[in-house]
Design a protein around this ligand. Structure first.
Ligand code: NAD
Ligand code: LMR
Length: 327
């Protein structure tokens, strides 16, 4: 028997990432080739993005995707999140010229406070939330802070792009196929302070550090390249990563609905790995049942890793303190 459609709400749907994302959701890449979807597309309440959204919806229609069972276009979040099973929070205010990070946090804080409240009020009982809009970890923490019905574990932020970037860098350095690289996980913030824990990664089943045999590269250029990759793409393209970010969100959700998948997700830390209990930090998780996961707590951290985790934790705590009055 055919499955009932699930409702997938996407904010910022007419933006760059939205344009690279929606067609993949509708094609079955995110929820599987037998899972019909209804897309509930939310944009800012202005003429330009709403007109662009209408164009994107026309293109979705023109793809004649068999799994796409409906498209909602709205600037009203209470319509867009209504009964949504997945809420993909991509839309956010970008950092403008001369804008301080604290200002960005506050402006986006207002958006995520409102969206968190509305999701909690109107989304489906099994709703899951994935945040991409930056600063993703703290936006996710803000949205979760507004929820009374939905528990904090339902709110995740994306560090999968960082995991994918780290995997490719290790494979290229070792001169091996990408699929040989396993167990590279991202700890902390989606920002240059993030820590891709190379000490636990393997290449062809052996410790990556031994295969690469260049500790200085791992502790220096590797961390720097992965941490600053977003900025390098902005410098090269004049716009932030979009196709790779959309691809990472497909991976993030696909892994979260696939029991047994092991992957990096920013979740409420609850004090694990030395993070402040109230911040959302990247860490390895194992999906248990579709949409649910447990954090893998067995990785031992050496002094180098502990110092990196302390630095990214400090940034997350600082971000939380910038917005504390709003929570
Ligand atoms: P974009 O500017 O092209 O699109 C953002 C869209 O969001 C715009 O169409 C805008 O109208 C819309 N929007 C703004 N406020 C909204 C609101 N309150 N409700 C609904 N829609 C709203 O940006 P983009 O390139 O698509 O990037 C989106 C976000 O993702 C940015 O914050 C970016 O920094 C972030 N990002 C995160 C990662 C990650 O790995 N976590 C990677 C790349 C980009
Ligand atoms: C990325 O990692 O590519 C983005 O988060 C960069 C950005 O600031 O939008």
């Amino acid at each position: 028997m055919a499955k009932a459609p699930i409702k997938v709400a996407v904010t910022g749907a007419a933006g760059q990432i939205g344009y690279a994302l929606l067609f993949r959701i509708a094609s079955g890449a995110m929820f599987g080739p037998d899972q019909p979807v209804i897309l509930q597309l939310i944009e800012a309440p202005f003429e330009k993005p709403m007109a662009a959204l209408a164009g994107v919806a026309m293109e979705l229609d023109d793809c004649a995707f068999p799994l796409l069972k409906g498209i909602v276009q709205t600037s009203d979040a209470s319509v867009g999140f209504k009964d949504a099973n997945w809420c993909l929070l991509v839309g956010a205010k970008p950092r403008g010229p001369g804008m301080e990070r604290a200002d960005l946090l506050k402006d986006n804080g207002k958006i995520f406070i409102e969206q968190g409240k509305i999701i909690d009020a109107v989304a489906a009982d099994d709703a899951r939330v994935a945040v991409v809009g930056n600063p993703a970890n703290t936006n996710c923490m803000i949205a979760a802070s507004q929820a009374k019905r939905l528990t904090p574990d339902r709110f995740t932020a994306m560090v999968r792009l960082d995991q994918n970037r780290a995997q490719t860098q290790l494979a290229q350095k070792a001169g091996v196929d990408l699929t040989e690289v396993k167990d590279i996980f991202i700890y902390g913030n989606h920002s240059p302070t993030m820590f891709p824990s190379f000490a636990h990664a393997t290449i062809g089943g052996k410790p990556a550090a031994g295969v690469i045999n260049d500790q200085a590269w791992l502790e220096g250029p590797f961390l720097e390249t992965v941490g600053k990759r977003g900025a390098a793409i902005i410098a090269a393209r004049g716009a932030s990563s979009a196709a790779s970010a959309a691809n990472a969100l497909v991976d993030h959700v696909r892994s979260l609905v696939t029991p047994g998948a092991i992957h990096s997700v920013a979740v409420k830390s609850n004090g694990l790995y030395g993070f402040d209990p109230e911040v959302w930090a990247g860490m390895p998780v194992k999906t248990t049942t579709p949409g649910s996961y447990e954090v893998i707590t067995s990785y031992e951290m050496d002094d180098f890793a502990k110092s990196k985790i302390a630095a990214t934790n400090k940034e997350l705590v600082d971000e939380r303190s910038f917005v504390a009055s709003m929570l």
